[in-house]
Design a protein around this ligand. Structure first.
Ligand code: GLU
Length: 316
């Protein structure tokens, strides 16, 4: 017998972790993985793993395998097949073709130096605003190097679940941004938007260092007619010098620390201090507690917070 009342379909949260394999998992990436895993799994959602290895010059061979092994040691299990962006060039090409055909993407001949010589305006992430030199066509005798998206004026806004409302006028502040780089590498902004949409990701939990990228991603989602996911940008782990932990700032691999201790520190970083008897307990017991106690209001709202001393090389 059919139900008397139509039952609204419940939307299953679909989250993901999308590391760039530029080195092993460090404390900052463990925090992002744990936060997105708990946020999706505590509501019986799915959690996907995608290796963002498009930026080939920065990729460290084998780092993907190390990250996958690290996640398994922390008990952070993913659903389905792992996706490697390096195998998805055809998809990105098809989307770029769609944008080209509708005049929304155009070829650009400008070198970095030419852009630097023609503008001093910088976006929030420090990159120079593209002055639009090739918007109306390539200068005579010049070849296409990169492909850019044609931006339009107006604020692009979203309400981040933790950081509040964020707005940016992309045309004014960033300019027409790159989709395919001069070195043939697909831009992160395009790849991430296509993959999140095609994987059905509806909740993106990641570090606040990517907050500035989000309006560009919303802009592309709207151009392409994709659904907009919800966003939650977690505080980023910073070292003694107040720099984001990364390979460049000498973050240590989490594998250097026993997994149960590193995991307890990641919980504490996210405002979820484990009860004393679970601190340093086997990872499964900690995660089970996390699934029962995860609460977004407990999360710290700052954009950066100090990482534990063990997680970064201390500099004098
Ligand atoms: N691959 C990016 C990074 O490792 C993360 C991308 C994202 O979460 O959107 O910084």
């Amino acid at each position: 017998m059919s139900a008397l009342y139509p039952i609204a379909p419940a939307i299953t949260p679909v989250g993901r972790f999308a590391p760039s394999p530029t080195g092993p998992l460090h404390f900052g990436s463990l925090v992002a993985a744990l936060g997105s895993w708990l946020d999706a799994r505590s509501r019986r959602g799915r959690w996907l793993l995608r290796i963002e290895d498009v930026d080939t010059p920065r990729i460290v061979p084998g780092a993907d395998r190390t990250i996958i092994a690290d996640l398994a040691r922390f008990g952070l299990e993913w659903d389905g097949e792992i996706i490697w962006q390096s195998q998805r060039g055809d998809r990105y090409r098809a989307v770029l073709d769609r944008l080209r055909e509708s005049g929304l993407a155009y070829p650009c001949a400008c070198s970095r130096k030419e852009i630097a010589d023609s503008t001093t305006l910088r976006a929030r992430d420090g990159a120079l605003r593209y002055p639009g030199t090739c918007r109306t066509g390539l200068p005579p005798g010049r070849d296409a190097r990169a492909w850019r998206v044609r931006t339009t004026p107006g604020q692009v806004c979203f309400d981040d679940a933790l950081q509040g409302r964020v707005c940016e006028d992309i045309e004014r502040e960033v300019g027409d941004f790159v989709l395919l780089r001069a070195d043939g590498v697909w831009a992160y902004q395009l790849a991430v938007v296509v993959d999140d949409a095609e994987q059905g990701v509806n909740e993106i939990v990641r570090g606040a260092d990517l907050l500035d990228s989000t309006p560009r991603q919303l802009f592309l989602q709207r151009l392409l007619g994709y659904l907009q996911p919800d966003y939650l940008h977690l505080p980023v782990a910073g070292n003694q010098a107040g720099e984001k932990l990364s390979k460049q700032t000498l973050a240590l691999a989490v594998a250097e620390q026993p997994a149960p201790l590193a995991l307890s520190d990641a919980f504490a970083f996210l405002g979820h201090d484990l009860p004393a008897d679970l601190r340093g307990a086997p990872v499964r017991a900690q995660l089970d507690w996390g699934l029962a106690h995860w609460a977004r209001p407990r999360l710290p709202r700052n954009a950066m917070a100090p990482a534990p001393a063990w997680s970064a090389v201390q500099r004098a």
